[in-house]
Design a binder for this molecule. Structure first.
Ligand code: 4GS
Length: 231
């Protein structure tokens, strides 16, 4: 998978892709991440990328010219152009799985108050939000998207962490709580059932615990999945 990130602050992305799983995925050439500075496509002497909104209002708007040029410099027939924006569909595991099948994602990070609507109409295939809150820029959202999508690319994560076992796959209930040594920590013991080696009983306990926590924290997940859960 090739990711091109278009933003005004490429330096923002130093770090997140240089550690742990995504670093290894890049080294193994399972993913390739390139940073594009939208400002490089400004055409005036001050390299202006933003301007005041027509009709008035707070904040600045990203000019259509530089961003359009930046996108076109990277787009091929295989590209899917995504803009991170709170006005998009909210990202979920199903969407991540779908995006992981693509070969080239161009990720446009919004900055300032907004992006000129004409770019969205002409150049953006789809807007995606990472949640119902407002960020200072689309950059953290692009990091989240790359991280979550890459986990669905074969060989990025190991068998141990298999994406198909995640909370939002299968029956869409949370995992049961996890424990490791020591068996007693600050007066709290690991639940007896996990230490007695009865795997059928452990499985039953884990399902019950996972379901209980999902019901308490995310009743919406249970309702959305009633048919599969038999509840
Ligand atoms: C999001 C979000 C976001 C919106 C960017 C205001 C700066 C900001 N992007 N999911 N302008 N939520 N973007 O808040 O993706």
């Amino acid at each position: 998978m090739k990711y091109d990130i278009l933003s005004l602050f490429p330096e923002y992305f130093i770090g997140p892709f240089d550690v742990s799983i995504l670093k290894r995925a890049r080294q193994k050439e399972l993913i390739d991440i390139e940073l594009v500075n939208i400002r490089d496509f400004a055409n005036d002497k001050h390299q202006t990328v933003d301007d005041r909104p027509y009709g008035g209002g707070p904040g600045m708007v990203l000019k259509p010219g530089p961003l359009t040029e930046a996108i076109r410099s990277k787009r091929t027939k295989e590209s899917r152009v995504i803009m991170l924006s709170p006005q998009g569909k909210v990202l979920n595991a199903a969407k991540c799985r779908e995006l992981a099948k693509e070969s080239h994602l161009i990720l446009v990070c919004g900055h300032y108050e907004a992006v000129d609507e004409r770019v969205i109409e002409s150049e953006i295939d789809e807007e995606i939000s990472i949640g119902d809150y407002v960020l200072t820029s689309g950059a953290p959202a692009a990091i989240v998207l790359i991280d979550a999508v890459s986990r669905f690319i074969p060989h990025v994560i190991g068998h141990e962490e298999a994406a198909s076992q995640d909370s939002f796959e299968g029956d869409k209930t949370f995992d049961a709580p996890h424990y490791t040594r020591p068996e007693e920590f600050e007066g709290k013991r690991v639940p007896e059932v996990l230490t007695n080696g009865n795997h059928a009983e452990i499985e039953k306990w884990r399902r019950a615990k996972g379901l209980l926590k999902t019901k308490r924290v995310r009743p919406d997940l249970i309702r959305a999945n009633e048919d599969n859960l038999g509840v």
